[in-house]
Write a protein that binds this ligand. Structure first.
Ligand code: NAP
Length: 245
């Protein structure tokens, strides 16, 4: 039997890496993107292969629309029967609104919002033909609750809710489901760089009392990609230890 195929964007590190490993463990072949962590991406390819998956890494700056479109075409040639797309790749650039640079705002929008749209466009046709598909956007608790010093990042993560719901409406009749996961604070390079005082402040607001692990997100994404969630579409699933309810 043919193995199912999944695309995970930004899987050289962090949450995307855990998601790709989870799919490999579930029997998927995995295509994934990264921007610059070449060595980690090659290592990751090997790790996925040891789990029995056919795996391939694609280096691309997803903020570059033309480069991303070309890469999605290469992925389609290599993985023609994709049934899961996880739009995970993202960046954070923090700063007070008063001094925030316009070019940083654009970079956040191009990476966190437009890239997910372009990647989704690329998988729609094969998913429509197969009458089967699951697209998952990785948003953030910050898109739900906002945060001082993160207005542009929060804006990009909220934008994904509109995209998720609109695509869910547009594609539902073709049996393509579209959902978003809103992680709270998860232990990755992105949160590693937070000052100790901020980390302590965050912890005090989390009822469960600890930061999440990338695998906590990966398991929920796997659920949203599986038939167990067949009647769930257009939803935002919070995975945040209770930080925001
Ligand atoms: N960590 C958290 O607490 C948290 C909370 C809520 C939401 N999130 C969201 O979860 C997602 C993953 O976060 P993370 O913490 O795992 O981040 P991370 O550790 O910084 O990893 C980001 C991944 O995305 C890739 N990437 C970033 N920009 C890219 C670009 N322009 N083109 C292609 N690939 C790109 C990176 O590739 P390289 O390795 O090559 O740079 C890397 O694989 C993001 O969308 C983030 O906003 C994270």
């Amino acid at each position: 039997m043919n193995r199912p195929q999944a695309i995970v964007t930004g899987a050289s590190r962090g949450i995307g890496r855990a998601i790709a490993l989870e799919f490999a463990a579930l029997g998927f072949d995995v295509a994934f993107t990264y921007r610059s962590s070449e060595a980690q991406a090659r290592e990751m390819e090997k790790e996925l292969e040891t789990k029995g998956a056919r795996a391939r890494a694609y280096g691309v700056d997803m903020a570059d629309a033309a480069a991303l479109q070309a890469t999605m075409e290469r992925i389609a040639a290599d993985f023609p029967a994709v049934e899961v797309l996880v739009n995970n790749a993202g960046i954070s650039i923090d700063g007070l609104a008063l001094r925030f640079k316009t070019e940083d705002f654009d970079l956040l929008m191009d990476t966190n919002v437009r890239a997910g749209f372009i990647a989704s466009q690329a998988v729609m046709r094969p998913m429509m033909k197969a009458r089967k598909g699951s697209i998952v956007f990785i948003s953030s608790v910050i898109g739900l609750m906002g945060n001082g010093g993160q207005a542009p990042y929060s804006t990009t993560k909220s934008a994904l809710f509109g995209m998720t719901k609109s695509l869910a409406r547009e594609l539902g009749s073709r049996n393509i489901r579209v959902n978003a996961v809103a992680p709270g604070y998860i232990k990755t390079d992105m949160t590693e760089s937070l000052p100790q005082a901020s980390k302590e402040g965050i912890l005090s607001g989390i009822p469960l009392g600890y930061l999440g692990e990338p695998e906590d997100i990966a398991r929920v994404v796997a659920f949203l990609a599986s038939p167990a969630s067949r009647y769930i579409t257009g939803q935002i699933l919070s995975v945040n230890g209770g930080l925001y309810m």
